[in-house]
Ligand binder design. Structure first.
Ligand SMILES: NC(=O)c1ccc[n+]([C@@H]2O[C@H](COP(=O)([O-])OP(=O)(O)OC[C@H]3O[C@@H](n4cnc5c(N)ncnc54)[C@H](O)[C@@H]3O)[C@@H](O)[C@H]2O)c1
Length: 259
């Protein structure tokens, strides 16, 4: 599905980014795996052990110089860039509205929203020049409706959806596509505290029960959607925010059925 595609994936050291990097390499892509954490090396090691092509880059997605450099590294090492998955993100913690500080907001938006903006800003000139390219960004169901994160996190993800819609039109007629994915509850490094707590209390079977799939999701289930959107198979999918959430965001408030 991604044969010979040269793709940059951020947040590749854990969770969704790691799973997507491994899947994309398995589908034939050359992957530049970016993360602020050293764990990105183990993602690349796993790809190489399976005869895939990848390089590891340690970088902060909120640092403009670093973003420009890892995009250029993709061009230099793999001979070009065909797609980028701006996925790195932080949860913002569990602070309530009145506990949140301006610094908290700046940190959360700095990674989740500005990081996405920078990835788009620095990859778009390459894509426009060549008349093709695919951009995918990780938003969240928290960017669609309430109750999936704090105020700063939810606003940061609503911002990602808005960036995707606006940029899709700014790229009018260029041949470049941009889409967002809105994951529901996925077991990753970010949600580990939630899963740990539920398991500690013997309540793992309660996680993810409020969506009609009646379960939580796995990183590779987001990765499959990301690989599709990065591929030419999604050639007419543009400006979209795709929930991959077991159906969670399809509903009005509802009463849990008694069986
Ligand atoms: N797990 C979920 O339930 C869920 C739901 C909706 C959206 N998301 C989003 O999915 C994306 C991936 O998160 P995940 O769930 O895989 O969590 P994760 O914590 O397992 O992975 C996130 C990765 O991003 C990296 N990262 C954080 N800040 C960075 C920075 N400044 N520069 C570079 N890398 C950085 C981390 O080191 C980590 O490896 C995030 O944008 C998150 O908001 C997750």
């Amino acid at each position: 599905m991604l044969t010979e595609k040269r793709i940059v994936i951020t947040g590749a050291g854990s969770g969704i980014g790691r799973a997507t990097s491994i899947l994309a390499a398995g589908y034939g892509a050359n992957v530049v795996c970016v993360d602020i954490n050293d764990s990105v090396s183990s993602t690349v090691e796993e790809i190489k052990n399976n005869d895939g092509a990848a390089i590891a880059v340690r970088a902060d997605v909120s640092d403009e110089t670093a973003v420009s450099a890892f995009i250029q590294q993709c061009v230099d090492e793999f001979g070009g860039i065909d797609g980028i998955y701006a996925n790195a993100g932080v949860s913002g913690g569990r602070k309530s509205l009145t506990e949140l500080t301006v610094e908290d907001w700046q940190r959360t938006l700095g990674v989740n929203t500005v990081g996405v903006f920078l990835a788009i800003k620095h990859s778009v000139p390459h894509f426009v020049n060549q008349g093709q390219g695919a951009i995918v960004c990780t938003a969240s169901v928290a960017g669609l409706r309430a109750n999936a994160g704090g105020v700063d996190y939810s606003a940061s993800k609503a911002g990602v959806i808005s960036i995707v819609q606006t940029v899709a039109y700014q790229l009018y007629g260029t041949g470049v596509r941009i889409n967002a994915i809105c994951p529901g509850l996925i077991e990753t490094g970010m949600t580990k505290p939630t899963f740990d707590l539920a398991r500690e209390r013997g309540k793992e079977d309660k996680i993810g029960q409020i969506n009609p799939a009646k379960r939580y999701g796995h990183p590779s289930e987001i990765g499959e959607a990301a690989c599709f959107l990065l591929s030419d198979r999604a050639s007419y999918v543009n400006g979209h925010a795709l929930p991959v959430d077991g159906g969670l965001s399809a509903s009005h408030p509802w009463v849990f059925p008694r069986v």
